[in-house]
Design a protein around this ligand. Sequence first.
Ligand SMILES: NC(=O)c1ccc[n+]([C@@H]2O[C@H](COP(=O)([O-])OP(=O)(O)OC[C@H]3O[C@@H](n4cnc5c(N)ncnc54)[C@H](OP(=O)(O)O)[C@@H]3O)[C@@H](O)[C@H]2O)c1
Length: 292
Amino acid sequence: MSQSVRVLVTGAGGQLGRELLHHAPATVEVVACSRQDLDIADHRAVMDRVQGESPDWIINAAAYTAVDRAESEPDLAWTINAEAPGWLAEAAGKVGARLIQVSTDYVFSGEDPRHHAVGDPPSPINVYGRTKLEGERRVLAVLEDGVIVRTAWVYSRYGYNFVKTMLRLMAERDELRVVVDQLGTPTWARGLAQTLWSLVTDSGSPPARGIYHWTDAGVASWYDFAVAIQEESLGMGLLSRRIPLIPIATSAYPTPARRPMCSLLEKSRIHRERGLVPEHWRVGLRGMLRDH
Ligand SMILES: NC(=O)c1ccc[n+]([C@@H]2O[C@H](COP(=O)([O-])OP(=O)(O)OC[C@H]3O[C@@H](n4cnc5c(N)ncnc54)[C@H](OP(=O)(O)O)[C@@H]3O)[C@@H](O)[C@H]2O)c1
């Protein structure tokens, strides 16, 4: 019988963290750390907790994810997204644990209208992206077998996300304006969680290391995504009436943080090396709405 793998999950109360907890494989013993259990911005607490728990793996699902607020709180975002992953890596190194750091499409500028490969030069255009990129770098500087998984446009039944916001606004308003000129791939946190568990439990060789990209399959604008949310929700009876959705340009919806215009991530490495292939984002959307 295979021995169970002990995995410390930070940010266990977030969208991804909660999906990780609910879908942990039977062979995994999860040490769930929400923000209340472990503040990753506290260096001493990180070292003590990781050394106390002595996990085989750490999945860092904790992050400062308020992209717009980060523009006015750059120091806090830096501590949580850049410094803390380095501390988790340092602690992992001390106990011989492997580490998965979850990162973002926002490490790219998105000026290039194509799928970004893992080796493409990052060039973030906002505070959040810069802090997350530094987090990647610090992990890889400390752990030669550190794992970075970049993802994008994450949603789930938990927390705050585009799907839940759209459902609320579609019920409240008579029409909605949605940005049409930013492209990305909506990604259900459940599928992302299952992918991370595969990286932990896959005993295939060589072990996962370095940078991987994972999103659901396909391409959408926020507008396409909103249209799909409305269609699927009407079909499932989650909404009772159809409202007009009006496509608008990014320039018509100014936000404190600039967003990449093209957030697409190229996923061939995770397919080639780990055999993982995502489903189309619309399949994930249906799954999440059924779960809602
Ligand atoms: N959401 C997206 O669209 C998206 C896109 C690309 C990449 N990602 C990445 O995916 C990962 C998971 O994101 P998510 O969508 O699950 O975000 P989320 O729902 O905001 O979850 C992040 C969690 O981290 C916790 N946290 C914040 N500061 C912390 C601290 N100092 N110590 C411990 N925990 C702390 C938050 O707690 P509080 O709620 O109490 O603050 C929250 O529970 C992150 O690395 C994120 O950068 C997300």
